[in-house]
Design a protein around this ligand. Structure first.
Ligand code: NAI
Length: 250
């Protein structure tokens, strides 16, 4: 088991990539705290893991709310006496609009969830990792953190910001035994892309615009997260691992 005796906190764990990572990490022996605003699906996922012999708890968490993030991280520490891995994954897509049409409130919602939420996770988990002199953090960026796309300005800004925030935190904490990396998913089959599915013609193009010519599965992203979280990635930090079927190359 690659994550035996490791305590993990995952945000956005009720669905898609976060859910797949929670299930996969629990299979590898981790104790997992699932954090999400979607209480129903989060609890169901935790129960699913428990029924399959894993260790999992759910805590309702809004990553845009500082107190909520702090409380969830404290809760995990109280349960397991350590937090070895944080997967900062919660995110929203936002509405497709040109920048001059984006309301300031919409900008705030995407930035606060996708970028500030990651900052808050790092802020509150790092003291516990410093105490133990080890830990690893994985942030979910995107192909759209590396290239522009029309009508996704706030999302591009947040995901691009995560790439450099990952480098910054890797530098600040590397000497204290903490590794920080990102993943860069391409188009992955989760509810976040439901808006794009509505236009069948457009969807066919979007969902196959990569070297492999197909959409990715959340389980395929979970494998990359597991790798970065494990000791197998012990000399990797500050990196973003693309999990995009060659989407950025395309
Ligand atoms: P998803 O919609 O299935 O999962 C996102 C989860 O985040 C949901 O469970 C949602 O309830 C939760 N969430 C949203 N706002 C939250 C908040 N304020 N606090 C706590 N939880 C919150 O979508 P998916 O694809 O699993 O997304 C996971 C991450 O992957 C996101 O950061 C997304 O931007 C990123 N991503 C997804 C891609 C895709 O094609 N599916 C591509 C590139 C990146």
């Amino acid at each position: 088991m690659r994550l035996r005796d490791k305590a993990v906190v995952i945000t956005g764990a009720a669905s898609g990539i976060g859910k797949a990572a929670a299930i996969r990490m629990a299979e590898e022996g981790a104790s997992v705290l699932l954090c999400d605003i979607n209480t129903k699906e989060g609890e169901l996922t935790a129960e699913h893991i428990q029924e399959n012999g894993g260790t999992a708890l759910f805590m309702e968490t809004d990553v845009t709310d500082e107190d909520s993030v702090q409380q969830s991280i404290q809760y995990a520490y109280k349960q397991w006496g350590a937090i070895n891995i944080l997967f900062n994954n919660a995110g929203v897509g936002g509405h497709e609009k040109k920048l001059h049409e984006v309301a300031a409130e919409e900008w705030d919602q995407v930035i606060n969830t996708n970028l500030k939420g990651v900052f808050l996770g790092i802020k509150y988990v790092v003291p516990y990792m410093l105490e133990k002199g080890k830990g690893t953090i994985i942030n979910t960026s995107s192909v759209l953190g590396f290239k522009g796309k029309k009508r996704t300005g706030p999302y591009n800004a947040a995901k691009g910001g995560l790439v450099t925030l990952t480098k910054n935190s890797a530098l600040e904490y590397g000497r204290y035994g903490i590794r920080v990396n990102s993943i860069g998913p391409g188009v992955i089959d989760t509810p976040i892309v439901d808006e794009w599915r509505k236009d069948e013609k457009k969807w066919q193009i979007i969902s196959s615009a990569n070297a492999l010519g197909r959409i990715g599965k959340p389980e395929e992203v979970a494998e990359a997260v597991l790798f970065l979280a494990s000791d197998e990635a012990s000399f990797i930090t500050g990196e973003t691992l693309m999990v995009d079927g060659g989407g950025l190359t395309f």
